[in-house]
Design a protein around this ligand. Structure first.
Ligand SMILES: [Zn+2]
Length: 89
């Protein structure tokens, strides 16, 4: 038996022919240290400030991408998360 498509979040099976959604989320880290608004960064100061982070923390803080299929229920939860405090249609 071949494994079918599953929801990225809840791992619920997504039957062939049933509607599903595809999420493509990019989390881009920003900070005054990495992208100073008032001129080029001093690379030595930048390295000193980032020195306490290990490679995984640094990479996760700079850029992370999540892509995959979502079931309708998880899509609704994700929309509610991003629209918290606002009306969602
Ligand atoms: Zn789901």
């Amino acid at each position: 038996m071949t494994a079918g498509r599953r929801c990225l979040h809840c791992e619920r099976a997504l039957p062939v022919g049933a509607p599903y959604f595809r999420v493509a989320l990019a989390l881009q880290g920003e900070s005054e240290v990495l992208a100073p608004a008032d001129g080029p960064a001093d690379p030595h100061a930048l390295l000193r400030q980032l020195g306490h982070l290990d490679a995984d923390e640094l990479e996760a803080g700079v850029h992370e991408e999540v892509t995959g299929p979502l079931c309708p229920r998880c899509r609704a939860e994700l929309r509610a998360f991003f629209h918290r405090g606002r009306s969602v249609q």
